[in-house]
Ligand binder design. Structure first.
Ligand code: ADP
Length: 612
């Protein structure tokens, strides 16, 4: 949606949003038609209602001079009977109207809820399909607000404001048509205030929309700040930054509250000015209408009907003012949702991508260059090949591009130029999912989900059998500590104070990777930050995991690197040395110097050897 920021006309934006989500209503058209019919019935009954009072006035209380016009059914009735008829008629029409309103409210609530539940599910899925390049730029808290808050707001407003407005629109059309029919001159007089309505609403509505949009944006940004500071709470506390974060949050919170009040103030102003205009309209009609009654060219009953209709007809206008602030918020929320939908993943299946067959694990990089930001290459012309089952260690200063390189193998990013091949074929020829499911990953920070230990392991391969889960836990040196947990494999991580040490978490993550049976393995600093005992258990497990898999190992521990089949020494975006440990030491180059330095010093903490 092209959205110049200074233009914010609510009506067209609302239409745009309804248009965008219209296809979602496809399966609910029957319910919608039913609800619309209920609205039509409601309007009809609402039109009927004032006539009961008119009957009583014109035929019972104050018949006009010369008697009222004869009416079919009631001409033969006595005033007493007419009174009874009108009373019963009133109750009946109100009763039926209640039914109709109930049906339309429930019908639209069902449609609104179903549609937006689907939109929310799609948005959630879409967010997960967006590439890392999007997610590294986007703020998590803000995205969460879009999925939960913005959709929630849309749902609430669609059900409680947009749909009643649709009903009101029908009422407006119905009432005005009858008004014209009743008395042309009076109707034209009543309509004289329309331009005034227009003038007073448009400007205020636009300002309300602007304020609402700014407020939604600020709330997204507040959620991001909260998610970020809580996500890094140990750093915040370690650096004693609580005060600073609280202060900045309080500042934003204050501004959001000011915008909230401003929005409400504008809405209240709009509502009150509309109220005043409605009163003017009614007074004009009353003034001239009463004169018409005195002149005998209108009956008192008809004037009552006229005034009631006018009040009803103006209700949608008043409601619109009442709902404006909420509609404006919903439009702002809708725009934020559509904005995410319009993001396309940069990494996606090419049109002729095929599912990858079971891979042997031969990985080859051909002249691969990569840059995150145009003009700032991280990798330049990388070339190497890893045989199936080989362990390839990536060594080099931090920030040189080692993780970037393995991310290219995982196809989290595509190379800016060059190709990544598995088993001799460009990975872009295969569907993303079929390649990724054949790559196992163990990172430094292990992410476990708030689910049972068993489920956490099964995330590696959801259809794994119980025996496979056990075997994976065994391979990962995890069985023993899992059995000691309160509920064994059923223990829910993070619940009832169940916390795991870094090493235990890492072993669960190894079990999760082991169950995947992936021919390619990526280990990115898997033992960094672990003490000797923990590191040994994890390294043992990794050795077993790497067995028979093409493994890419990133680590600063050169003792582990020494056992790799091939070492790639990366510097300045390129592989400057490659070969086995012995080759590289014999060559006496950069690796040999680093190795001599790193191993000559006593290690800061005991390390264990990675022996694949
Ligand atoms: P290593 O794993 O060798 O420590 P990385 O591959 O993580 O290095 O990073 C290589 C370079 O790319 C660094 O300069 C880093 O700042 C930059 N970089 C990493 N990720 C991103 C990203 N998402 N956007 C922009 N630059 C990035």
């Amino acid at each position: 949606m092209g959205r110049p920021s200074n233009v914010s006309d609510l009506g067209p934006r609302l239409r745009e949003i309804l248009h965008y989500f219209w296809p979602y209503t496809r399966n609910h058209r029957a319910t919608m038609v039913g609800a619309l019919l209920a609205i039509v019935a409601e309007v009809f009954l609402r039109l009927l209602e004032p006539w009961m009072l008119a009957l009583v006035i014109d035929y019972v209380i104050a018949p006009p001079k010369g008697g009222p016009k004869p009416l079919p059914v009631i001409s033969d009735m006595s005033p007493e009977q007419i009174l009874l008829f009108a009373s019963v008629g009133l109750v009946a029409s109100v009763g039926l109207r209640a039914l109709a309103v109930y049906a339309s409210t429930v019908g639209f609530a069902v449609v609104g809820n179903k549609v937006l539940t689907k939109v929310r599910a799609d948005l959630y899925q879409h967010l997960h399909s967006l590439s890392l390049s999007y997610h590294t730029r986007a703020r998590k808290g803000d995205l969460t607000v879009r999925v939960i808050g913005d959709i929630g707001l849309l749902k609430d407003v669609v059900v409680t404001a947009v749909l009643p407005l649709v009903g009101n629109l029908f009422i407006l059309i119905g009432m005005i048509s009858v008004l014209f029919f009743l008395n042309l001159k009076l109707t034209l007089l009543a309509m004289a205030t329309v331009p005034l309505f227009w003038l007073s609403t448009v400007r205020l509505t636009n300002r309300i929309h602007q304020v609402s949009r700014a407020q939604r944006r600020r709330e997204g940004s507040m959620a991001s700040s909260a998610a970020e500071s809580l996500g890094a709470i140990h750093v915040v506390q370690a650096l004693s930054l609580e005060g600073q974060f609280a202060e900045s949050f309080a500042g934003q919170n204050q501004k959001s509250s000011k915008q909230g009040v401003k929005g409400t103030r504008l809405a209240a102003r709009l509502e009150r000015s509309v109220d005043l205009l409605v009163a003017i309209s009614t007074a004009v009609v009353m003034y001239f209408g009463a004169r018409l009654v005195l002149d005998n060219s209108l009956t008192a009953g008809a004037l009552v009907v006229f005034l009631t209709y006018l009040k009803n007809a103006l209700k949608p206008v008043r409601d619109f003012a009442k709902y404006t602030a909420r509609l404006a918020k919903a439009v702002a929320a809708g725009e934020r949702v559509i904005d995410v939908f319009q993001q396309q993943p940069d990494i996606r299946d090419t049109p002729d991508a095929v599912p990858a067959p079971p891979l042997a694990g031969r990985v080859r990089l051909e002249d691969v260059s990569f840059e995150y930001e145009p003009g700032h290459p991280v990798l330049r012309g990388i070339e190497f090949e890893a045989e199936p089952g080989q362990v390839v260690a990536l060594v080099g200063p931090s920030g040189i591009g080692k993780s970037t390189l393995v991310n290219l193998i995982l196809r989290l990013y595509d190379p800016t130029s060059g190709r990544v091949l598995v088993d001799g074929r460009d990975i872009r020829d295969y569907t993303l999912e079929s390649v990724r499911t054949q790559i196992g990953v163990v990172l430094q920070d292990t992410l476990l989900f708030a689910a049972s230990v068993r489920e956490n392991i099964r995330y590696g391969r959801p259809d794994a059998t119980e025996a496979e889960v056990m075997a994976a836990a065994e391979l990962a040196n995890a069985s023993e500590f899992i059995r000691r947990l309160p509920d064994g494999f059923d223990t829910v991580i993070g619940e009832r104070g169940v916390t795991l040490s870094g090493g235990q978490r890492q072993r669960l993550s190894i079990a999760r990777t082991a169950i995947r049976r992936a021919p390619i393995l990526i280990l990115d600093e898997p033992t960094t930050g672990m003490d000797g005992e923990s590191s040994k258990l994890v390294t043992d497990a990794l050795n077993r995991l790497a067995d028979g898999r093409t493994t890419f190992l990133i680590t600063h521990d050169l003792r582990q690197v020494a056992h790799a089949d091939r070492i790639l020494f990366i510097e300045g975006g390129n592989v400057v040395e490659q070969g086995s440990h012995e080759d590289l030491v014999a060559r006496g180059g950069r690796y040999a110097t680093l190795y001599a330095l790193g191993t000559a010093l006593p290690p800061a903490r005991p390390t264990t050897e990675f022996v694949p």
